[in-house]
Design a protein around this ligand. Structure first.
Ligand SMILES: *Cc1c(COP(=O)(O)O)cnc(C)c1O
Length: 461
């Protein structure tokens, strides 16, 4: 079997096996093969290599999780060193060294006040855990005096993952609508989606009315809220939707006023996407629960963390007979290879001064994307840190979207591959979400490829 990993079947054989045996996530299988999916067999640095030998710049960081490049020597070495000790041992009521070392790093590097790290496997579990922690917390503190706090508040266009708790707080109809009957109800605040403002306003003159409305809802439901959950900085999967300044700070203040917890889902933006290790630090906000995943292990191993304040943690500490224990955990909690990969990733950040180099790249991206802003089918360009979204529309004047069946976003990305760039859109929002170590020249290559993809998909524009 391992021999087949070193001597792979050819591309056609792999594709035939893929069609025969595999069910892909977020993938309409009726058109999958016709849309010429890539078949990655190698990767190096910022590049992916298809079984046909094509080299492609990884413009979405392997879905937002590759921070310092593929086969990074530091991360490789950390995983290999750990493999020489052991790959996994239980974290349930026991411990193992790599997770302990990583927990210390995360606590030291996260905003002051976040003190305890609860590990899991992925972004969805990280947010689901935060929701369950917040709920149980209020059931059992103060002799149940706050046990009426059973509800959550979340925003339209939120994405917190695909398990049912995360889907309940999520607010993307296309993904979440079908499961409506299975979900718990949340208080739903407005999305800060300025291009299609839910309040019918314009950002230049709105004075952040969506933040005011969110704060109003927090006050209205304050007595029954266990927590507000949101993605700081931007709503990622919702379409790279960026918040007006002050939104997050206003939510933090309101949650404190009403005594609800604040859960920040930094699965997409944590680990540096914003320019800071954690996006909340950019706005001087410390949540009660902070969720991290995607780039935590440089995309090597599924590993996530829910980082809690001492206060939340203390709510669960009591003699076992009182039943205050958090009875939640996953077999692979605290996985040693994952923790090693994360430690190697942080080491690479330090050695290569990854965060210090980000502001210049973020500025370069800001300049580079302006050339796409005038395209007749680019309705809106949005940027958050080292990430950009381009919302395609049929008609700029009316903002009318394309019929999703036309798969415009997907087509543009497929054409971009002619310029050696791999991208994956969010519906008709094109996305650039490169590794943090991308060079400014490579940023230009990404934007060139998008321009090319647009020109190919809309030849008469
Ligand atoms: C990707 C993502 C998740 C879900 O993470 P998975 O590892 O895919 O389960 C949750 N929240 C945000 C903001 C994300 O971007």
């Amino acid at each position: 079997m391992t021999k087949t990993l070193t001597q792979l079947p050819d591309r056609d054989t792999l594709a035939a096996m893929d069609d025969r045996y595999v069910w892909h996530p977020f993938t309409p299988h009726a058109v999958y093969r016709d849309e010429d999916p890539v078949m990655i067999v190698d990767a190096q640095g910022h590049y992916l290599i298809d079984a046909d030998g094509t080299r492609m710049l990884d413009g979405v960081a392997s879905i937002w999780c590759n921070a310092v490049g593929h086969r990074h020597p530091r991360v490789d070495a950390a995983v290999k060193a750990q493999l020489d000790r052991f790959a996994h041992a239980t974290y349930l009521g026991n411990s193992s060294a790599p997770g302990v070392l990583l927990a210390r790093e995360l606590v030291e590097r996260s905003p002051d006040g976040l003190d305890k790290v609860f590990f899991s496997d992925n972004g969805s579990t990280a947010t689901e855990i935060a929701v369950k922690m917040a709920y149980q917390y209020f059931q059992q503190i103060d002799d149940g005096a706050q046990s009426q706090r059973r509800r959550f508040m979340a925003l339209t266009n939120a994405y917190n993952g695909d398990t049912l708790g995360a889907v309940s707080t999520g607010g993307i109809d296309l993904f979440h609508g079908k499961f409506k009957d299975l979900l718990f109800e949340v208080v739903r605040g407005p999305s800060p989606y300025c291009y299609r403002c839910p309040l019918g306003l314009e950002r230049a003159t709105c004075a952040s009315a969506c933040a005011d409305e969110t704060v109003r809802l927090i006050h209205e439901h304050g007595h029954e809220l266990a927590a507000v959950i949101m993605e700081p900085g931007m709503q990622g999967a919702g379409g790279i939707i960026t918040y007006p300044p002050g939104f997050l700070a206003a939510v933090r203040e309101a949650t404190e006023e009403v005594g609800a917890l604040l859960i920040l889902d930094e699965v997409a933006v944590g680990m540096g996407r914003s320019g800071e290790l954690f996006a909340c630090a950019k706005e001087g906000v410390t949540p009660d629960l902070l969720c991290v995943a995607k780039m935590l292990t440089n995309g090597y191993v599924p590993l996530a963390a829910t980082i809690a304040t001492q206060r939340v943690f203390d709510g669960f500490v009591a003699p076992p007979a009182e039943g205050k224990t958090f009875y939640h955990g996953h077999t692979f909690t605290g996985n040693a290879l994952g923790a090693a990969a994360a430690l190697g990733t942080l080491e690479a950040y330090d050695e290569e001064r990854v965060l210090e180099k980000l502001p210049a790249k973020i500025e370069h991206l800001r300049g580079a994307i302006t050339r796409l802003a005038d395209h007749p089918h680019v309705g809106d360009v949005r940027q958050f840190g080292l990430c950009a979204g381009f919302e395609l529309v049929e008609d700029r004047a009316t903002k009318a979207p394309f019929d999703p069946a036309e798969r415009r976003g997907y087509n543009v990305c497929r054409f971009a591959r002619e310029r050696g760039v791999f991208l994956r859109p969010l519906g008709d929002t094109l996305v650039l979400m490169p590794p943090l170590t991308i060079t400014v020249d490579e940023i230009d290559t990404l934007v060139d490829a998008l321009a090319h993809g647009l020109a190919r998909e809309f030849p008469s524009s």
